[in-house]
Design a protein around this ligand. Structure first.
Ligand code: DC
Length: 205
């Protein structure tokens, strides 16, 4: 069992990079942000306590994100869900329940897991830990292009969420001890993928 942990702020390229590394190594990709997003969406729709939702929600997190039997892959990317996810992710009870689900998943098999606290909290024993970052303007530009939104608005909202993710009391965003810090601002996706795949022991590179 091997875990590659990729943490970092929004827009650093974690999802594309983690997918690429998983494909390169034949590992399974885990998008942990999708789990916080799913909890946020379900809690808003049900007007329910997010911690309660986090403890009971059935989530399938693969190519498609399926929550209680419903495909929410598109819906969880909406800006209002991003905002709600960032808020509920600061709740320690929500984190406890979501982290427990993540640890269960990572028990078996080989994974590339991406998020904010994989190397620090979810899988501190991960074989490879990467903290992937990029300059804020570049991160906003990438997100805006991906979602077809205005870059200035994305940058403004990103700044607020970054600040909240970084300064929250529970599991703030920070590099794990021993993490390789990679700045992707001037790197291509393929370069970042190769760089990380090359860190995994037992791969022929
Ligand atoms: O990576 P993302 O944008 O899909 O994450 C959505 C929100 O969830 C974001 O505000 C940070 C939070 N999150 C977290 O706190 N811990 C994780 N492991 C993954 C995401």
């Amino acid at each position: 069992m091997t875990v590659v942990a990729i943490d970092g702020p929004a827009g650093a390229g974690k999802s594309s990079v983690a997918r690429g590394v998983a494909q390169e190594l034949g590992f399974t990709y885990l998008d942990t942000g999708a789990m916080y997003r799913s909890v946020a969406l379900a809690a808003a729709e049900r007007e329910a306590d997010p911690a309660e939702v986090a403890r009971s929600l059935q989530m399938q997190v693969g190519e498609r994100i399926v929550v209680d039997g419903r495909d929410v892959t598109q819906q969880i990317r909406a800006p209002e869900v991003s905002e709600a996810a960032s808020r509920i992710a600061a709740d320690p009870e929500v984190r406890e329940a979501v982290v427990a689900q993540q640890r269960r998943l990572l028990q078996d098999g080989d994974w590339v897991a991406e998020g904010r606290d994989i190397g620090t909290v979810v899988a501190p024993e991960a074989e490879v830990k990467v903290f992937l970052t990029a300059e804020p303007q570049e991160r906003a530009r990438r997100r805006a292009a991906e979602l077809g939104l205005d870059p200035a608005r994305v940058l403004a909202e990103q700044t607020i969420r970054d600040e909240r993710d970084r300064t929250r009391e529970h599991s703030p965003l920070e590099p794990a001890p021993g993490a390789v810090v990679l700045d992707s601002t001037h790197m291509t996706l393929a370069d970042v993928v190769q760089r990380i795949a090359g860190l995994v022991p037992g791969t022929r590179r």
